[in-house]
Design a protein around this ligand. Structure first.
Ligand code: MLT
Length: 247
């Protein structure tokens, strides 16, 4: 039995993993918290521009300690993957494996940092309504019309995110270090899952992530964008079940 820590992406919450978590809980211990300020978790007591990716990792380590969990497998979606790398820097001996979905190891480019800073300033001015419009559509595969039920589900998650949490997460992502240099030292089994129509993490970055793990395997979904666990839940669940049974 593995301890599986699901870490959701930005600006979503743990319900994005509902299908996979339910299936995996049959044979494993599943921990699927909402990050501070998202879903039902109160925000961090840190000024939003000062939030760093390690603050989320420390929050999760405290939750694992409270649940008396030592070794665990982070299953990180996108920003959740950036946090998984931070967990590996803070507590490498506790990581039993890595599963990353629609994520990447690199830091932001200057252009990406500027977009994040602009978005953080806009959330501070206007709140999160524009994020609901943008982030309920952009993550979904663009080669076919979006499933209205998925758009509604994403909007509901974004609606639960506190504006300060979104600002904090944007600063945390913009300042995260490049984790690529940590990868040669990671020898535990790793699984990378990606969608071919991801408008947020380009294919080349997903491929580099898959190649970067010494002991990694890559699963490409058939028709997903950035959120394969909602777009092709059966593919993601099957890959995670196989992986979790092996680690
Ligand atoms: C996420 O899904 O967590 C974010 O889109 C990641 C990012 O913006 O880099």
């Amino acid at each position: 039995m593995a301890n599986l820590l699901f870490i959701h992406g930005y600006p979503f919450d743990h319900t994005m993993f509902d299908a996979a978590a339910k299936r995996l809980a049959r044979n494993h211990k599943v921990i699927a918290p909402d990050l501070p300020g998202f879903g039902g978790t109160p925000p961090l007591a840190i000024e939003p521009p000062k939030v760093r990716i390690d603050d989320f990792a420390r929050f999760l380590l405290a939750a694992l300690d409270k649940a008396k969990v030592d070794k665990f497998v982070p299953i990180g979606h996108s920003m959740g993957g950036y946090i998984a790398f931070a967990l590996n820097r803070l507590a490498p001996k506790r990581i039993a494996g890595f599963a990353l979905i629609s994520s990447r190891s690199g830091a932001d480019t200057d252009a990406a940092t500027k977009v994040r800073n602009d978005n953080a300033a806009r959330v501070a001015r206007e709140g999160t309504a524009f994020l609901s419009d943008e982030m309920s559509r952009k993550p979904l595969a663009v080669d076919h019309p979006p499933d209205p039920a998925l758009v509604t589900k994403l909007r509901a998650m974004i609606g639960r995110a506190k504006p300060d949490a979104c600002i904090g997460a944007l600063h945390a992502m913009a300042t995260r270090p490049d984790s690529t240099k940590d990868m040669p030292k990671i020898t535990v089994p790793a699984l990378v899952i990606a969608g071919p129509h991801d408008a947020i993490v380009p294919r080349a970055e997903s491929e580099a992530l898959g190649r970067g793990f010494k002991n990694g395997r890559m699963v490409w979904c058939k028709r997903s964008g950035h959120i394969p666990m909602l777009e092709e839940p059966e593919v993601v669940t099957e890959a995670l079940v196989k992986f979790a049974d092996d680690v």
